[in-house]
Write a protein that binds this ligand. Structure first.
Ligand code: ADP
Ligand code: MG
Length: 238
């Protein structure tokens, strides 16, 4: 059974349809990348998995539960955003601990989980700093730390690297992959960058105008694109 099953999911904002019945199965531990041009519906689909948007049609299941009507806090997911969304007046440590405290996690457990995440992400020296005292890459790591401490079944990333400069982007790409190899958490990763998709994905979902054009492993799409759009999109440099 798929860890995340997106079945014939549609979305309309008012009368405007932005997703026209998309289906994707994501296996346990898989790293799936949703890729496509700006405006094709990637973030909307991810936000529906997170519970931040309602579903207009179809079903989304996480594990063996249909989650269409569950609020975000009741879904076993953690999302990392492009703009980091850190709390400016909380330290790195407090930013990472916050969601756990909201859930009334035992303080010793919170401390242990924050320490482990800080170790994994090389953030231990920065725990008492505030976001403004960090570089862009460090802020992105804190955002990832906040996701890791929750120990979710599924990580959701929405263009997490697009605010970073090119060199840091390449480095963070590697770090996110290493993190995935270490934790093996099922991941849905959204990007409009075909290089990110090709280098990071176990499976790529190519979207255009609210529809899926093709699903496959990076080399499959490269060698056997279903149409000219996929060929052009996957084949061309960003
Ligand atoms: P992507 O992440 O691929 O760039 P989005 O999912 O953000 O695309 O947007 C898909 C389409 O839905 C776009 O046309 C966008 O303008 C529209 N859209 C997204 N959010 C809203 C909203 N809250 N209200 C109305 N239209 C929206
Ligand atoms: Mg988007």
């Amino acid at each position: 059974m798929a860890q995340v099953a997106i079945s014939n999911v549609a979305k309309a904002f008012g009368t405007v349809k932005v997703l026209h019945g998309v289906s994707v199965d994501i296996a346990d531990g898989q790293f799936v990348v949703l890729v496509g041009p700006s405006g094709c519906g990637k973030s909307t689909l991810l936000r529906m998995v997170a519970g931040l948007e309602t579903v207009s049609g179809g079903t989304i299941a996480i594990g063996d539960r249909v989650v269409n009507h569950l609020p975000p806090a009741k879904r076993d997911i953690a999302m990392v955003f492009q703009n980091y969304a850190l709390y400016p007046h909380k330290t790195v440590e407090q930013n990472m601990a916050f969601a756990l405290k909201l859930r009334k996690t035992d303080p010793a457990d919170v401390a242990e989980r924050v320490k482990r995440a800080a170790d994994i992400l090389d953030l231990s020296p920065y725990l008492k700093r505030y976001p403004r005292q960090l570089s862009g890459g460090q802020r992105q790591r804190v955002a990832m730390g906040r996701a890791i401490v929750r120990n979710p079944q599924v990580f959701l990333f929405d263009e997490p690297l697009s605010n970073l400069d090119a060199k840091l982007r390449v480095q963070m790409r590697t770090e996110i992959k290493e993190l995935h190899q270490r934790l093996k958490t099922t991941t849905i990763y959204v990007t409009h960058d075909q290089i990110e998709a090709m280098t990071m994905a176990d499976k790529i979902v190519v979207m255009r105008d609210g529809r899926i054009e093709q699903v496959g492993a990076p080399l499959e799409l490269f060698d056997r694109p279903a149409n000219l759009f996929v060929a052009g999109f996957i084949g061309s440099p960003s």
